[in-house]
Design a protein around this ligand. Structure first.
Ligand SMILES: C[S@@+](CC[C@H](N)C(=O)[O-])C[C@H]1O[C@@H](n2cnc3c(N)ncnc32)[C@H](O)[C@@H]1O
Length: 204
């Protein structure tokens, strides 16, 4: 188990996943708004993948949409997946390190909230995502730790984490060099010293 997964496994044991769910809800609602307004994917049957799903709350949210035929959540922390499976019998969950996981099928929507900057080999993951998105499929991720968001820059020491710190421009480039053409981003919920959640999205 890597240092990040270990930390979040402990968080699950302390029920801190519930605080994350609360804290990330506004950004995830914005992400679902973007999915609806930017594409017609969810107007017909679709499948959904959540990379770093925590307790599975976004998998359940996706499955609330009548057109969602299948949703899979992946997380490295066994205690997160244990919670997800206990709450939810409809969603599928896999407990594994995403950096060593091979995709089991192709997806219409690949989503991730607050997980991408824990990956050490971003190119490999973004490339795999590109190859496993269906035609017109969408990748959409929310990120709170990035260079311009100053309060997030001490999280490695504060919470015992290993972080990959990129600027907004570097995040956009990562998606472009791994095949995505029309990469867009917004910053959501900016407040005083908090720069907001960086939401990055692109269609195949
Ligand atoms: C900040 S939490 C976010 C959880 C959830 N997306 C949410 O918004 O509540 C990050 C999650 O990513 C998972 N994670 C981090 N690195 C991972 C990796 N390499 N493979 C699988 N899961 C990972 C952690 O276990 C943790 O549950």
């Amino acid at each position: 188990m890597n240092i990040n997964i270990k930390t979040f496994n402990n968080w699950a044991l302390q029920n801190k996943d519930e605080g994350m769910e609360k804290g990330h809800t506004s950004s995830v609602n914005k992400i679902f708004e973007i999915i609806s307004s930017e594409s017609s994917i969810i107007k017909k049957s679709f499948n959904f993948l959540d990379l770093g799903c925590g307790n599975g709350w976004v998998v359940r949210k996706a499955l609330n949409n009548k057109n969602c035929q299948y949703a899979l959540g992946i997380d490295g922390a066994p205690e997160m997946i244990k919670k997800a499976r206990k709450i939810d019998k409809k969603g599928d969950y896999i407990n594994t390190d995403i950096e060593h996981w091979s995709f089991n099928k192709t997806y219409d929507i690949i989503f991730s909230m607050e997980t991408f900057y824990y990956f050490s080999n971003l190119d490999s993951i973004i490339n795999k995502i590109y190859n496993n998105l269906n035609k017109n499929g969408m990748i959409i991720v929310g990120i709170d730790h990035y260079l311009e968001n100053k309060p997030s820059l001490s999280w490695d020491k504060e919470f015992n984490l290993s972080l990959n710190t990129l600027s907004i421009q570097e995040w956009v480039s990562k998606f472009k060099i791994n095949g995505f053409k029309n990469v867009q981003c917004i910053v959501h919920d900016k407040k005083e010293d908090w720069n907001g959640t960086l939401i990055l999205y692109a269609k195949k």
